[in-house]
Design a protein around this ligand. Sequence first.
Ligand code: DSN
Length: 420
Amino acid sequence: MSQKDFRSLHYLQQQDPTVFDIWKKEVARQKYGIELIASENYVSPAVLEALGSEFTNKYSEGLPGRRYYGGNEYIDEVETLAIERAKELFKSEHVNVQPHSGNPANMAAYFALLNPGDTILGMSLAHGGHLSHGMPLNFSGKWYKVIGYETDPQTGLIDIDQVRALAKEHKPKLILAGFSAYSRSLNWQLFREIADEVGAYLMADIAHIAGLIAGNQLDSPIPHCDIVTTTTHKTLRGPRGAIIMSREDLGMRIDKAVFPGLQGGPHEHTIAAKAVAFQEALQPSFSIYAEQIIKNAQALSTALQYAGFNIVSGGTDNHLMLVDLRPKRITGDVAERALELAGISANKNLIPFDPEKPIVTSGIRLGTPAMTTRGMKEEEMKTVAAFVTQALEHHANEKKLQEIKREIHHFTAQFPMFSE
Ligand code: DSN
């Protein structure tokens, strides 16, 4: 690694070489590895600079124009800018840009609409849902009665008839559409119809696909939903954080749920970085990026199928795929470790009806947002699939995995990180 591999963090290097050296190792890991974690990405230099700015010094409980501390003139300006840009990007009537991350965003949405003990109908975690959609150990599973809908064992697609039947049986106050490990498009209109049939609120969690919606590649749930939450750091390629979008008439309830409901001072450096990322996503080039993410995911999925892997539901409409490893007689935990040793980041993941425990799993989840940011296209996805295949074939051979890692180092060196 040479000096040109790193941004200048002059003061950090001088004052705290220990942290600086750890940072260098992490940058090298990101630069010379293949990043296939579906929820990760590389932010732009402008987003990084906003994150590292003096906005972090300020307390600003409240909302623009209504704060509990003085000195918020410019904080108000930057937060209002983030709100206006998010509204324009997603065509939402109301946006709160303060949630620190996805879990708190969903918690605030539930606080705004539900009482403890109310019923939520959401996608089962074991079928691709999310912790905050009702996992028993998460606040959502502890405070609410959660009913999980599943995928069809034959098709791997959400069983919408089951969603309707469960909605009629349990009369949820909230129906939740959204996922963290599902590779197909959702029919928001159908979810709306079911919600209307049982008098439920409809909420979408678009954390994974927000960038694909912002880039006009997938349908937006905004016209159909009461509330839509998203993180800002996945396909949307912004800083680690979240936002909540809603109809205007629910706005005040959302705002109060975020503060004073469950958060204190907003992270205004992150909000500034969200504003920067929204502006980036409003550019025509972002649609091209979003389109390429999907093309790459489809190319990777096809190449893995040629190599004998089973992709749940047979392919992907978005940025991710779930690989069922059972035909290869390897579990998700072993696969994740082998890939890591070879310089490929991915995560083990339950597949629908998984016979293994969540700490083992029969699958891995792969996604293309990060490698697409680095400029890779369909042709490179064939190479990536070959690396994944080799690493999994040689999962017990550390020497071979080290060789693959060296090859990956040369391969990834051709694709600069966004921040260079
Ligand atoms: N941890 C995120 C993911 O990887 O999908 C969701 O919160």
